[in-house]
Write a protein that binds this ligand. Sequence first.
Ligand code: PGA
Length: 308
Amino acid sequence: MKVTFHQMEVFECVARRLSFTRAAEELGLAQPTVSAQVRQLTDAVGLPLFEQFGKSVQLTAAGRELFATTRELLATWSRFEMTVADLTGIKRGDLKVACATTAKYFTPDLLGPFCAAHPEVEIELAIANHDTLVERLKRHDDDLTIMTLPPDDLNLERIPFRDNPLVCVASTSHELAQQKGLTLADLRNERFIMREAGSGTRYRLEQFFAARGFKPKVRMELGSNEAIKHVVAAGLGISVLSRESLDVSPELDRLAVLDLEGFPLQDEWVAVVVRGRRLSPVAAAFLAHVRSTTTRTTPSNKANNRKK
Ligand code: PGA
């Protein structure tokens, strides 16, 4: 089969964007050039790679196979380029990191010293909630993922490196804000502001409540820790958030951490890489850097925490 590297790059882009127009924009090529490259590749494969539905295109079964193959080939090639760079003593290349929405509060602090030590490395940082990270892991989108509750059904290497205490917060003017020794029963009539379904914070909290038979009254679901903090500060309800998302002095944001039995809920941040996938030198160096920052203080309780 006579296929060129350029054809595969063009096809990968069209398949990822599901659009010839957007792929042409991304690649800086004219659209007829993109179409011609894909046509030649289709001829070489001998099966249609795309189906047209009105204005949109979808991959055929052969197209999906080729998409997975080209992504693997391109990733392998990029690792080869980095290995060559590494052999000449230069750590350069791309590093694709994905982190949970809540990990955005500390991930830049991990990247900062690493980038200072390796100024030639280009970083792509994707920030997404737990479920989206799992989807990205399945597609091998990233070199390294920072999350909690890594799924058991994927073959992953897990490196726990940092505690993630979850705390219950209310407005500083809330009547429970100053009380000591609160129990879940004291929260019976409170309205909860929850993170969206698919969030790791929410999974963890739901596990905790379910284990105690507690059914929270939910006022609102929000996809952003920052939005939740504002809503809680305004007195619309109480919430459970990662301590990472709060200021060192939460009262500056008009938030009080409640003295609630069972809290802080212990959880842990884990750096995750797909097992068996060879890491690029840059990704391996970053993983080593993350390991070196380990600040976990509590024993691993992941057996209890894992999302079922
Ligand atoms: P999330 O991340 O709640 O922003 O999804 C935290 C986590 O995964 O526990």
